[in-house]
Each structure stands twice: as C-alpha cells, then as structure tokens.
Design a protein around this ligand. Structure first.
Ligand code: NAG
Ligand code: NAG
Ligand code: NAG
Length: 450
C-alpha cells in the first residue's frame, strides 16, 4: 500500500489529545482530524519495520473443517423490517437492538482450520490467550438470530456471484463468510491479483457459486496521494471506481462496505470543479469535512449500480454494511490500546458522535436508493446495520495480536494495536448471520409474490 507515507513523526502532534478528546462531542473538523494519524498507521502498518508479516499475501487455500452442518430447510424466522413487511404476518425483527449473551457453542470455524483469514486478524493463531470473546451470540430484543447456516447460504447463492466491495472491512466480512461457508463446502480460489490480494475470487463447485472481493476504499474514483500530491488524496465524487463497477454485469449481489478511508486528508472534486477538501492546510480550498463527501460517494455508487443494472432490465441485490466502530482507549502504539475482555452490557455504551453519523448516512442513502430503484424491476436493497452491535464488542479486536505472539519478549515500549478490524472468528460472523436473514427474507418474499 502506498497510502501511509507518514511514519510516526506525523502521529506525534495529535497522539496525546486523541483519546481524551474523542470521548467528547466535538465539532466535526477537530473530531475528524484526530483519528487520521491513527488510521493511517493501523490500516497501513506496512511502513513500520516490525510489521513485515502483514505484507505477506495470504495465499493459503481454504481448508475444510469437518463440521459439516445444517439442513437446507428455511426455518420460520422473524425478519428484519422493510417497507414490504405489511405483506406478511411475521413480526419484523429489529436486529440493531439487543445484547450479547454468552453462548457455549462457540464459532463455526477456528482460526487454525480456516486458511483464508488475514494474518493480522487471526487472533487465535497469533496467540491471543483469552478466548472468551469467541463465546458470545447476538440476541436481538424481540426475536432470535439463528446461527449461521452455511448450506442455506450456499443454496441462496447457487449459480450466482456475490461480491464484497470496499475497504478492509469488506475484506474482514468476506473472510468471515468464506470460513463459515467452507465448513459445508470447499471453495477454490480461482483468481487473485498478482501483488496485494486486493482482488480475489472463489468458486464453490458444489453450488456453482462465486464469491469475490474488490478493493475500492472510496467506491468512487480516487487518486492515491503518492501518485498526485504528497499529502492529499483526490476523490472524484461523481464517478465510480471502474475497478469494481466494470464487473457489475457479472455480479448478482453486491455488499458495499466503506467509511474509514474518508477520514484521510483529501481534496474533493465533481468533474473538474473542486468542491473543497478535508484537512488540507496549505491548500487554498474550503474545508468541508467528510460526512457529506461520504454521503456523495455512496450516493454516486448506488445510483450508478441502479442505472447500469436498471438499463439492462436486470436488477441486482445490494447490501450496504454500515460503519464499523473502532475502540481505541489508549495510545495506539502502547500496550492496552483496546484492553476490554468482554462486550458492553445493554445500555452501557451509547451510539454517538462519528460512529452514529456515519451509520446514519449509510442507512439514509440506502433508503434513498430504494426510492430511486422503484422505477426499475428486480432491485433489492438493504442496509446491514451492524454499527451498534459492533460498538458493543470492544473485546473483539486483534489489539496487539495483529502481530504474532506480541508479548513473547514481555511488554515492550512500542506495541502496535489494531482496534479497528475484528478477530476471526469474531463479531463479524454475526454480520453474516444477519446478512443471511436478509437474504432469506428476500427469498421468502419472492416465493410469496410469484
Ligand atoms: C482450534 O482447533 C485446534 C485443532 O483442532 C484445537 O487444538 C484448538 O483448541 C482450537 N481452538 C479453539 C479456540 O477452538
Ligand atoms: C454458474 O454461475 C454463473 C454465475 O456465477 C452463471 O452465469 C451460470 O449460468 C451458472 N451455470 C449454470 C450451469 O447454471
Ligand atoms: C485563495 O482563494 C481566494 C478566494 O478564491 C483568493 O481570493 C485568493 O487569492 C487565493 N489565494 C491564493 C494564495 O491562491
């Protein structure tokens, strides 16, 4: 990755203020500015010498675990609310409200049995000693969220192609899904980009199903800072990134996941017109923050999907995974940056500030896109609203276990921590459990309606 040119010197001026300030509600300019330094390093730790293991592409093929499970039947489930819910007698389930409860069964897979987990998120194989974080299940307030059923999921993507598009959160979610599906059927890696594993594709011969991941951290066209100007990204908010969009004709369902990269310093354009910038001292542009820019990027992407697939007469299924909160409590490069070992209890942690705003924008843009898609047939859109349930899992991040056995030499003065991505197995598995419920609901509606 070429984004993180900075190194530690860039961090120092902001570092000490970050955590005390981030707790308060701040004007967005300051709030937005503070995490930048952190994001640059924990998303792209490749520049730091001690993190060389992160550079190794994860080429290990998936291995199959023996625990083949679940039936093909679709159990009667209560579903997520949507505008069509009036058609059914099912009580809609609000998956966003609930709590984490202990579950002795543990995850479907294990970090040592699934080979598709990025090293930095494979907490078990990196020696994380406390394994309590594996034994929690999300319990929505008014209904039950069934355990992931790999065979049902595979059945629903039979002869189809599901693509995860976005930043490293899209990858995190994809890898969780692959590990769970692999417990039922072995996938083959059929494509991988030559260098950085940003574009990969798997096929499940048992179901002729294709699962892929596309790296596109803004979804819209962006020029990385190192290619243009040393300190700022350049984003074209009116144009999608064709690295994924040019494949739209080959995709049946797309899961979009973006957010964190919009915190980076950037100059924003629409056509040739400069709209403004975010954190760009020295440039004569108006500071416009990143919230509305994030909204525009998402809107352009959803509109492009709708227009291109609408014009062919074929719809497409679109899921937008909402913003995934980080949990830094201490300095990112010191031991104990995200030290919690248990989920928050119900009511213990409120969704607020940047997390709440980014989530809201995602949900609102999906609702707007649903309206826009009404003129065409075959479109199904939904937000996968994981922000709150993820916020309640401060224990689910790799922290220092982004590196293998970080305490092998005791607690050292500098220790990098990843309090952004999620351990696999881990809370992201729940995102895919909810995704499956959304797909089952769609399938049920289709059956009832035709
Ligand atoms: C993962 O699987 C290995 C090998 O079967 C086993 O030794 C280990 O205890 C498992 N770890 C967890 C956390 O279940
Ligand atoms: C296999 O899946 C692809 C989509 O991924 C589809 O185009 C093709 O028709 C499927 N093949 C069969 C035999 O159904
Ligand atoms: C900055 O922009 C303002 C308003 O567009 C303009 O008046 C000023 O000359 C510009 N300054 C520089 C250094 O370009």
């Amino acid at each position: 990755m070429k984004w993180a040119g900075g190194g530690t010197a860039t961090i120092t001026p902001f570092k000490d203020q970050t955590h005390s300030l981030a707790k308060k509600i701040l004007p967005w300019t300051i709030y937005a500015l503070l995490p930048i330094a952190l994001f640059r390093l924990y998303f792209y730790p490749l520049q730091l010498p001690q993190s060389s293991t992160d550079q190794l592409p994860n080429t290990t093929p998936i291995t199959i675990s023996s625990s083949s499970s679940s039936s093909l039947s679709l159990p009667p489930t209560q579903f997520h609310s949507s505008e069509e819910e009036g058609k059914t007698n099912e009580t809609p389930c609000d998956y966003t409200r609930g709590r984490w409860v202990h579950d002795r069964r543990g995850p479907l897979y294990n970090g040592t049995t699934c080979g598709t987990i990025k090293d930095g998120q494979n907490c078990i194989s990196h020696g994380r000693p406390d394994l309590d974080y594996l034994y929690w299940r999300w319990k929505p307030k008014q209904c039950k969220l069934p355990r992931f059923e790999p065979n049902t999921f595979l059945e629903l993507i039979r002869n189809k192609h599901i693509a995860f598009v976005g930043d490293s959160m899209a990858r995190n979610q994809l890898e969780s899904l692959l590990c769970m599906l692999a417990t039922a059927s072995a996938p083959n890696l059929v494509y991988r980009d030559s260098e950085e594993n940003k574009f990969r594709r798997w096929n499940f011969p048992s179901h002729n199903a294709t699962v892929s991941v596309y790296w596109s951290p803004f979804l819209v066209k962006g020029i990385e800072k190192s290619h243009w100007e040393p300190n700022f990204n350049k984003l074209y908010l009116d144009r999608v990134d064709e690295k994924w969009a040019s494949d739209l004709d080959l995709i049946d369902m797309v899961v979009l996941s973006i957010g964190h990269w919009f915190l980076h310093p950037a100059v924003y354009l629409e056509g040739d017109l400069v709209l403004g910038c975010h954190y760009c001292p020295g440039l004569n542009h108006t500071e416009i923050g990143f919230y509305e820019v994030f909204r525009k990027g998402l809107r352009t992407s959803l509109r492009t999907i709708t227009e291109r697939r609408g014009s062919t007469g074929n719809g497409i299924d679109v899921i937008v995974t909402t913003f995934s909160p980080a949990h830094f409590e201490g300095d990112w490069d010191k031991a104990g940056a995200c030290p919690k070992k248990k989920p928050y209890k119900e009511g213990e942690k409120q969704l607020e500030g940047m997390d709440a705003e980014m989530r809201k924008i995602g949900v609102e843009e999906v609702e707007a896109a649903k309206e826009n898609a009404l003129q065409f047939s075959g479109f199904r859109l939904e937000s996968l609203d994981v922000t709150k349930l993820s916020l309640m899992r401060p224990d689910g991040h790799p922290g220092p276990y982004m590196h293998p056995f970080p305490f092998a030499n005791g607690v050292t003065e500098r220790m990098q921590n990843d309090c952004v991505h999620w351990c696999l197995p881990g809370p992201v598995d729940t995102w895919n459990e909810i995704l499956l419920q959304v797909m089952k609901k769609w399938e049920g509606e289709l059956r009832r309606g035709e």
